[in-house]
Design a protein around this ligand. Structure first.
Ligand code: FPP
Length: 246
């Protein structure tokens, strides 16, 4: 598969991995069967991002709202995360992948939280690909926790309220230390953002595909990258201004 012009490859890709349940249903299997297949698609997508030059991959694995799913599905997903951590971290580390979990980690039981922190520490020196797994994450939660940090800094007298601007608040949102989000992909046919990365999505390009997450393969990623490469990113300017700069 030929690679896109490196200058047109998105540096930071985020994915809502939707469709595991429907993929399983089509095969008359339980939803957890779909989540297991989804895990294999995660592995393949990490490899394909390394291959095609994507530097940051952010995956929505479990939203703040997913806690409301039936208890057995939540339990199965937690078990799957633990198994994935135990099985995949060695290989991710060997491939130079830096793993971060973003979200309200306090809401996980201490054993799982410890494993997440250990995996983050172990891979902290890697730079080939930054893999962010959003767990117990919501875009509104992210903005609220940033606003709370700003309010606390004001209360401590370190900051005046009128000094809070987009740049400052943005620094307290998740992923602010990484390149800005370029491309948002949602699989599974729904055209919505579902409370993912609301702040970070401001100027991202959006790509929606009917492909169910377990079927998302190298050709699917390549097609999203090619779609992105055809977009003209204007960041609020006119097409003429953008053309002049290029
Ligand atoms: C959405 O599909 C998917 C999830 C809520 C879970 C995502 C988890 C994985 C892909 C498992 C592996 C992840 C890691 C990081 C190891 P859905 O269940 O909403 O599907 P549906 O819309 O067809 O019901």
């Amino acid at each position: 598969m030929t690679s896109a012009d490196p200058a047109r490859v998105p540096r930071h890709v985020a994915i809502v991995m939707d469709g595991n349940g429907r993929w399983a249903k089509l095969r008359h299997r339980p939803r957890t069967f779909g989540h297991n297949a989804g895990r294999k698609a995660v592995r393949a997508t990490v490899e394909n991002c390394l291959k095609h030059g994507v530097k940051v991959l952010t995956l929505f694995a479990f939203s703040s709202e997913n806690w409301q799913r039936p208890q057995d599905e939540v339990g199965a997903l937690m078990e799957l995360f633990v198994r994935a951590l135990d099985k995949e971290v060695d290989e991710l580390h060997g491939n130079g992948v830096r793993l971060r979990f973003v979200g309200d980690l306090e809401s996980f039981e201490p054993g799982l939280r410890q494993r997440m922190l250990a995996a983050m520490n172990r891979t902290a020196g890697n730079d080939a690909l930054h893999l962010n797994i959003a767990v117990s994450y919501g875009g509104r939660w992210d903005i609220v926790q940033a606003a709370r940090k700003a309010a606390e800094a004001v209360a401590r007298g370190e900051l005046r309220a009128d000094q809070i601007d987009e740049k400052l608040l943005g620094q307290w949102t998740c992923l602010s230390e990484l390149p800005p989000l370029d491309l948002f992909i949602r699989t599974g046919g729904e055209c919505r953002v579902s409370n993912f990365l609301l702040w970070q999505l401001a100027y991202a390009e959006l790509h929606f595909t009917d492909t169910l997450w377990p079927d998302f393969d190298e050709a699917s990623l390549k097609s999203a990258i090619d779609d992105y490469a055809r977009r003209e990113r204007r960041f609020g300017k006119t097409g003429e201004q953008v053309a002049k700069k290029a």
